[in-house]
Design a protein around this ligand. Structure first.
Ligand code: SAM
Length: 228
């Protein structure tokens, strides 16, 4: 899988991809992440990437030219399965969306700033618009990092134990059950005995019950979601 991220702040994205699982995915050659500085595509003599809003009002808008040139260049080099704009008015990111995107080969992500990007870019180039939640961030970089992480950890071979991702929250429309590790007794706080029993049938049953209990208490809307 290849992910190209278009941003005016590439340095902001370097750190999330330089550690832990996202780094390992790249070192193993399973994922390539390329950061593109939109500003370097600007033909303006001061490398401007924004201008005032037609019709007036507060805030700047990202201009078409540098973004269009960057997208055109990338598109001339390979085909993209999705060109995603990170935006609060996009489709809400959830686990099924991450699952679907993890099967793609080439994904482009565009990070907005200021009031957003000129609408004509959205009309001409963008194939998918994604929001990471109903709140407004200053820029799309952290959202692109969140989306990338949710996708990359699902790429086969990235996690040491692939079954781990399948038992995470939201797979099967359930939250994950509680987890415990050593010691079995910490200052009088004990691990549920079933988990120490070695009886895997009983352990599975307990985990399913706890996942259901937790989902009913915290996110009842998730149950039966897949059947809607
Ligand atoms: N004026 C825009 C609006 O009200 O929808 C908000 C612009 S926001 C200050 C700047 C940029 O941050 C957006 O263009 C987008 O790329 C990114 N952004 C902000 N919140 C986001 C969210 N919840 N999900 C994804 N991207 C977001």
């Amino acid at each position: 899988m290849r992910i190209d991220i278009l941003t005016i702040l590439p340095q902001l994205l370097e750190s999330p991809f330089s550690d832990s699982i996202l780094k390992r995915a790249q070192t193993k050659g399973l994922v390539e992440v390329h950061l593109h500085d939109i500003r370097s595509y600007s033909t303006n003599k001061h490398n401007k990437v924004d201008d005032t809003c037609y019709g007036g009002g507060a805030g700047m808008v990202m201009t078409i030219q540098p973004i269009a040139d960057c997208i055109d260049k990338l598109k001339s080099e390979r085909e993209y399965d999705e060109i995603i704009f990170m935006t609060p008015d996009g489709e809400l990111l959830d686990q099924p969306m991450a699952n679907q995107l993890s099967l793609k080969k080439n994904i482009m992500m565009l990070c907005g700033h200021y009031k957003g990007i000129d609408e004509r870019l959205r009309e001409k180039y963008i194939t998918k618009e994604v929001s990471i939640g109903d709140y407004v961030l200053s820029g799309g970089e952290l959202a692109a990092a969140v989306l990338s992480d949710s996708i990359i950890r699902l790429v086969p071979g990235v996690l040491n134990d692939e079954t781990s991702a399948l038992t995470d929250s939201f797979q099967d429309n359930l939250l994950a059950p509680p987890v415990y590790t050593r010691p079995s007794n910490y200052k009088g706080m004990e691990v549920p005995p079933v988990l120490l029993s070695g009886n895997f049938k009983e352990i599975d049953k307990w985990r399913t019950e706890k996942a259901l209990e937790r989902t009913k208490a915290r996110r009842p809307g998730l149950i039966n979601k897949g059947e809607e």
